[in-house]
Design a binder for this molecule. Structure first.
Ligand SMILES: *[C@@H]1O[C@H](CO)[C@@H](O)[C@H](O)[C@H]1NC(C)=O
Length: 594
């Protein structure tokens, strides 16, 4: 008997069995914790989504405007169709009330949002702001407010008092901001009425406009394509006429890419020309290449009005790091002949025919206006991108990004990249060689290697030195041609099929160069993709994985997609950049009407 008991006991408590049992318990525990965390995450995201939906639903139930002029159907579209300049005139003259304009735009925004999913939530304080404007009607204060009654949309990462800025990451849900961004404060002081917040990609470090909280925004010209990003919600709502003026920010093309892809205008100023205080930036500790705030709108004049209104004493007081330079209208309005550089190919990915033609069209327009155009060989973009831009942007080996995302649902559009950051450096390094092979593009592998290498202060200084050297080289080349401005492709290709940005990420060199240099750059729509452009894709190379995807995506189903060009100036020459954008826009409008 005793023996039997002993045997059983031994069987049950055999060390191996013990270990197995313990492991099982630990495993179950981990599973339960994970499930609970996932449940908690699900609930957190769901609550946020409900809250946003309610904020929007509240406004769908708004009564129609009581103002007799606007209730008539014919007038209704008039408000939406008016240019920003004309609408401001009517608001200031009192033809329309701010409250009525707000109601029109809220309803239009909600209508386009149903189709394109560009709005994340409505700003409830807008109503009070609009009513304040109406109370001020014809008073002395009103005349001092250049944006009196103008509804304005804001990218989700602009801080708003009592609202979360999440950049699509659930870690940031439920952390309301304490104060409005400086730009928002100035906009309000100047009479504008921020009324909706717009969608972004998760982390904002890609140009696919999708995240697990607010979902995916699509392109208003073709719902199977994306709007670009990261200020994709802004470009989308402006192109769909749900807003007249919006604000985004740009560290690799986040204002210019969506403007190009949605067919609207946008300006990325020099860093510092507009305040960047109160903008949610994940990696704000990286200060060699800063994200820049800037306006986006249907036409260039709107950008000028916005810049002129923002560059005021209020901005210079609220953010004393902004140089107190008002908008220099005399530069914008000057009519002297300019020397303008242009290029089509930056040395990495060839632009598709439509993007090439856009630059050539722009060149022809400017030449017709009597300006001198010279070809500009843009130096070393390929190397600079992998050896300076990427190592700086991911200088912490994407640790900051990973810390924010590791407990989160990761959007499928960035899943692969994000997962690879969680791997040990050595594995990442090995992977970079595999990737080089798969992509048949040593740039991609080189980029990955440079971002998975640990950097110490010495390495960081070396990077900063190389950046300064490149800036110097670029400037002396610019000077040797005596350029006033430069025009170049808006991007390597038009709007990308939904969910496919990762396959063509390399296109970003066309815009990121001007973040690296910190030159002001604006995007203006020039043309649309034609059948001939598509047919021209036959000659597009297919050596690398990026090229093969570009060829696949742009050989069909792209006719009618908007295409823009970039206008670039020397630091603090925003007025000159806008002047050239205006020259292109003017001619282009006439050209199409003929
Ligand atoms: C980036 O921003 C920081 C903080 O405002 C500033 O100190 C730094 O000089 C900026 N870098 C560049 C290149 O402008």
């Amino acid at each position: 008997m005793m023996e039997m008991i002993w045997e059983y006991t031994y069987m049950y408590f055999h060390p191996l069995i013990l270990i197995c049992c313990c492991s099982l318990i630990v495993y179950c525990y981990i599973l339960i914790v994970c499930y609970r965390r996932r449940d908690a995450l699900k609930i957190k995201i769901k609550t946020k989504q409900d809250q946003c939906r309610q904020s929007l639903e509240k406004f769908t139930k708004l009564p129609a405007p009581v103002n007799r002029v606007i209730t008539r159907r014919s007038k209704k579209s008039e408000i939406i169709d008016l240019s920003l300049e004309k609408l401001l005139d009517k608001l200031k003259a009192g033809t329309y009330g701010a409250k009525d304009v707000l109601t029109e735009y809220l309803q239009k925004a909600l209508e386009v949002n149903k189709e394109f999913k560009c709005v994340v939530e409505a700003i409830k304080e807008a109503e009070d702001l609009a009513m304040d404007c109406d109370k001020m009607r014809n008073s002395k204060e009103q005349h001092k407010r250049p944006l009196h009654g103008l509804p304005v949309s804001l990218k989700e990462n602009y801080f708003l008092k009592d609202y979360d800025s999440t950049a699509g990451m659930s870690d940031y849900i439920g952390i309301p901001c304490k104060e409005d961004a400086v730009i928002v404060q100035v906009l309000k002081k100047q009479g504008a009425v921020p009324f909706v917040r717009t969608n972004i990609p998760q982390t904002m470090m890609t140009y696919e406009c999708s995240n697990p909280i607010y979902g995916q925004t699509v392109n208003p010209h073709d719902g199977t394509k994306g709007p670009g990003g990261s200020s994709g919600g802004e470009a989308c709502i402006i192109a769909a006429k749900g807003s007249l003026l919006g604000f985004g920010n740009d560290i690799g093309g986040s204002i210019r890419i969506p403007c190009h892809m949605c067919g609207v205008c946008g300006l990325k100023p020099t860093y510092g020309r507009l305040s960047a205080k109160g903008i949610f930036e994940l990696m704000s500790g990286q200060t060699l290449i800063n994200a820049t705030t800037g306006p986006m709108a249907r036409d260039v004049t709107s950008l000028v009005i916005a810049m002129e209104a923002l560059l005021c004493d209020d901005m210079f007081v609220l953010d004393p790091t902004v140089p107190p330079i008002p908008f220099r209208m005399e530069i914008y309005e000057k009519t002297n002949e300019l020397k303008i550089g242009y290029y089509i190919f930056d040395g990495y990915l060839k632009p598709v025919p439509a993007c090439k033609r856009a630059v050539m069209d722009a060149k022809a327009i400017l030449e017709r206006q009597g300006h001198e155009l010279v070809h500009f060989e843009v130096p070393d973009v390929k190397d600079i991108f992998t050896e300076i831009y990427l190592p700086i942007i991911f200088g912490d080996n994407a640790k900051t990004l990973w810390e924010c995302l590791k407990n989160d649902n990761i959007d499928p559009t960035i899943w692969l990249a994000v997962r690879s950051w969680s791997l040990p450096k050595f594995v990442q390094w090995l992977m970079s060689w595999v990737v080089s092979y798969i992509y048949n593009d040593n740039i991609v592998g080189k980029g990955m290697r440079s971002t998975c290498k640990s950097k110490n202060v010495y390495d960081w200084w070396k990077l900063a030195e190389r950046l300064q050297k490149y800036k110097k080289k670029f400037l002396s080349l610019w000077r040797s041609h005596k350029l006033d401005v430069l025009i170049c492709p808006g991007f390597a290709f038009p709007a990308v099929p939904n969910g496919a940005v990762f396959n063509v990420l390399g296109g970003v060199t066309y815009t990121a160069l001007y973040n690296l240099l910190d030159y002001p750059a604006g995007t203006v729509p020039i043309t649309k993709v034609t059948r001939e452009d598509e047919a021209g894709m036959k000659e597009y190379p297919t050596n690398t994985r990026y090229e093969r995807f570009i060829k696949k995506y742009y050989s069909e189903d792209t006719v009618g997609l908007p295409v823009g060009v970039q206008c670039v100036g020397l630091p603090y020459q925003e007025e000159l950049v806008l002047r050239v954008m205006k020259m292109l826009e003017n001619e282009n409008i006439h050209h199409h009407h003929d």
